[in-house]
Write a protein that binds this ligand. Structure first.
Ligand code: SAM
Length: 224
């Protein structure tokens, strides 16, 4: 990803810290913000492991954000084509990537800055026929939420305010389904309805806070 000048929304700062670039509110003390994180983690039982089990090959994370899902996918040994369109997050991801000591983890992660729909159309081998495309668009704010969103999510909302609409999500889903990915994996709040246009997911993996809807495409469906 290029390291050109980027605009930080008012009220937020991006500061280099010992552990990496930190995004935080101007009124918060250093160390109280968020960083992108791509380090390997032991996540054999992570829902993403189940979502991609049974389909070999690289995975595309079309909404990389702070890198949490990309880190999980790369930790599972997958090559990951990680796309993020927000320039601040792209810079933070680049910084996190450069700081990785684990070269095997770093080599599995291929960062791309820009709109996923455009970049997916330009993907080259081995990403033209990925095992899966993972989509984690911003969740709509929950009207009856009993707990505040996590700090990283609050900061992401402030950073992306005005840049995300429900049309974006529909558009992303359409772009993912236009590829040759064996599976499309969509991360949603548990109460969200699956998108009308795509029919029932092949299977879903639910936790208290998140549901992963998985569509198997082309070949026969396999329940992991
Ligand atoms: C909820 S966050 C993803 C969080 C991420 N899964 C993680 O583990 O940190 C959604 C991200 O998708 C990005 N995004 C949304 N639409 C996009 C698009 N069309 N192309 C690239 N990135 C997109 C947003 O900028 C935002 O950073």
């Amino acid at each position: 990803m290029p390291s050109d000048e980027i605009d930080i929304p008012s009220g937020l700062i991006l500061e280099p810290m010992v552990l990496g670039l930190e995004l935080r509110r101007v009124e918060d003390p250093p160390g109280q913000g968020v960083r992108a994180e791509l380090a390997a983690i032991r996540r054999g039982s992570h829902p993403l492991a189940r979502a991609i089990r049974g389909v070999e090959g690289p995975v595309i994370d079309a909404t990389t954000g702070l890198g949490g899902d990309t880190a999980v996918l790369a930790s599972l040994g997958r090559e990951v084509f990680a796309i993020e369109r927000n320039p601040v997050l792209a810079r933070m991801l680049q910084d996190a990537h450069e700081r990785l000591d684990d070269r095997a983890q770093a080599d599995r992660i291929h960062l791309h800055r820009g709109d996923a729909c455009r970049i997916l159309a330009e993907a080259e081998d081995p990403f033209t026929h990925p095992a899966a495309i993972v989509l984690d668009p911003m969740y709509p704010t929950r009207r009856s939420a009993s707990a505040l969103p996590t700090k990283p999510m609050q900061l992401l909302r402030e950073l992306l305010a005005g840049h995300t609409t429900s049309d974006d999500t529909e558009n992303l889903i359409a772009c993912a389904f236009a590829t040759r990915a064996r599976r499309v994996v969509l991360k949603r709040p548990p109460e969200a309805l699956p998108p009308d246009s795509r029919g029932k997911p092949t299977f879903s993996i639910e936790s208290k806070l998140v549901r992963w809807d998985v569509w198997e495409r082309g070949q026969s469906s396999v329940m992991p």
